[in-house]
Ligand binder design. Structure first.
Ligand code: ATP
Ligand code: MG
Length: 432
């Protein structure tokens, strides 16, 4: 045997039965997005590196150290595996002029790539589900976005997720705050770590996003952006809060919430849990009215969020959510391989009617002349499959145009003979 090849560090295989939870989550999201009239968008996983450098900002964790970037082997073009999807969606919207007839509401799901230190809730390939509303300037859309995420937690049965809100104001307000921030951090320069020192003049707001525990006290004492907001920004923020309050969505204003990307302005928010250790943010987003212009489009407002699928599913499990039942309705037991062509006809009919059918098949290394295995071994497989019923295609019954339907779950093993030609009549019994 050759040496085994294993998956890349921080990149996970998604296997059954765990994958059933993923499919369930995805179908819940699809249904909910339809209820909010958001439409699906799928953009490439590889984008020009410049899109992220321009879109996310040069002095961000992602662009500085987390991107998987490479050169196209033919033309040397600088490419990057997407670390997030907002920039790609915006690129697509601009490229296809999607806002020509008004705003668009869209959502996506898919893998993202960031070169981080792998740990619980933090991977190098991870998955996001995100929603974006482009072309709408009003605070009501910020609120709609938050209500959408909140409705998803409700639908999933997720509990104890808290909402934190902040407003980053507009560029002029941020410029004033920035000056005050630089002054403050310069006064405490000896307490800054290397990252912060480097960011002090390039992007001091980013320092507030530090994960370094040694800097928390310093950051807490820093001038707050909220104090620099003018009446319009404050009114926008208030309108968002009014809608949330009227809809019973609790929140806390966190003046230090700044988010990891440069593109945000006005409303920003995060949904956070205490049940996942330090990787507690399950969803984050906000308004990004200047990104579309940054990526070469006509200035247009936008707002969006993205959730981490791994973290949401981990939290659901933590809270004891049952895994979806993916066991088959029936297991087909076939004593004599000669009968297979006929058996298949019945199974195909059942599947057309929506019955979940698992057919017995022997596993292992092939041995010539091997049959399908003893009845005993087939029944054992039927039991472990979790099926509620067995269909037994015995030679004698088949000759009479019948088969045996046996219950595997009622303890008594009740069984009846049913007619091969009357599948429609007994198929319903199998699904209950
Ligand atoms: P964090 O502060 O945890 O690094 P972030 O601010 O970088 O998060 P965003 O870019 O806002 O995260 O992405 C939105 C969501 O995607 C996060 O709230 C999180 O749930 C998830 N996420 C981000 N990075 C990872 C990762 N490396 N592995 C798993 N999930 C992630
Ligand atoms: Mg991060």
């Amino acid at each position: 045997m050759s040496e085994k090849i294993t998956a890349v560090k921080g990149m996970n295989d998604l296997l059954p039965p765990e994958s059933a939870r993923w499919e369930w989550l995805e179908s819940q999201v699809r249904e909910l997005m339809a209820c909010f009239a958001y439409q699906n968008v799928r953009t490439p996983i590889v984008e020009p590196t410049a899109l992220f450098v321009r879109g996310l900002g040069e002095v961000t964790d992602i662009v500085e150290k987390e991107m998987y970037s490479f050169e196209d082997r033919l033309n040397g073009e600088a490419l990057t595996l997407r670390p997030e999807s907002t920039a790609g969606v915006v690129r697509a919207v601009v490229e296809h002029n999607l806002l020509y007839d008004g705003g668009k509401r869209m959502y996506y799901m898919g893998p993202m790539f960031r070169h981080e230190r792998p740990q619980r809730g933090r991977y190098r390939q991870f998955h996001q589900i995100g929603a974006e509303a482009l072309g709408f300037p009003g605070a009501e859309i910020d609120a709609e976005m938050i209500l959408l995420a909140h409705a998803l937690w409700e639908r999933l049965g997720l509990q104890q997720v808290r909402l934190e809100l902040n407003s980053l104001g507009q560029p002029a307000e941020r410029a004033q705050h920035r000056a005050a921030l630089i002054q403050y951090f310069e006064q405490h320069a000896h307490q800054l770590d290397d990252d912060a020192r480097r960011r002090l003049h390039a992007n001091p707001l980013r320092i507030l996003d530090t994960k370094n525990p040694a800097m928390q006290a310093l950051v807490e004492g820093a001038p707050q952006l909220l104090e620099f907001l003018g009446p319009e920004s404050l009114a926008h923020f208030q309108r968002v809060q009014d809608i949330l309050t009227a809809n019973g969505v609790a929140y806390r204003i966190n003046p230090r919430l700044v988010r990891g990307m440069d593109y945000y302005n006005l409303t920003v928010f995060e949904f956070i849990t205490d049940q996942l250790g330090s990787q507690g943010t399950i969803c984050g987003g906000g308004r990004y009215d200047y990104l579309i212009e940054q990526v070469g489009g006509k200035p247009s407002p936008a707002v969006g969020w993205a959730l981490g699928v791994e973290r949401v599913l981990e939290l659901l499990k933590e809270q004891g959510a049952a895994a979806p039942d993916v066991s088959p309705d029936v297991y087909a037991i076939v004593p004599d391989a000669e009968a297979l062509p006929l058996v298949f006809q019945t199974l195909q009919q059942l599947r057309r009617l929506g019955v979940r059918v698992q057919m017995h098949a022997p596993s292992g290394v092939a041995t010539p002349g091997q049959g399908l295995g003893s009845m005993k071994s087939q029944f054992k497989k039927a039991d472990t499959s979790g099926a509620r019923h067995a269909l037994i295609f015995g030679a004698d019954e088949l000759q009479r145009g019948e088969l045996t339907l046996k219950s595997l779950r009622d303890g008594q093993g009740a069984q009846v003979c049913v007619a091969l030609t009357a599948v429609d009549e007994w198929a319903q019994r199998l699904q209950s």
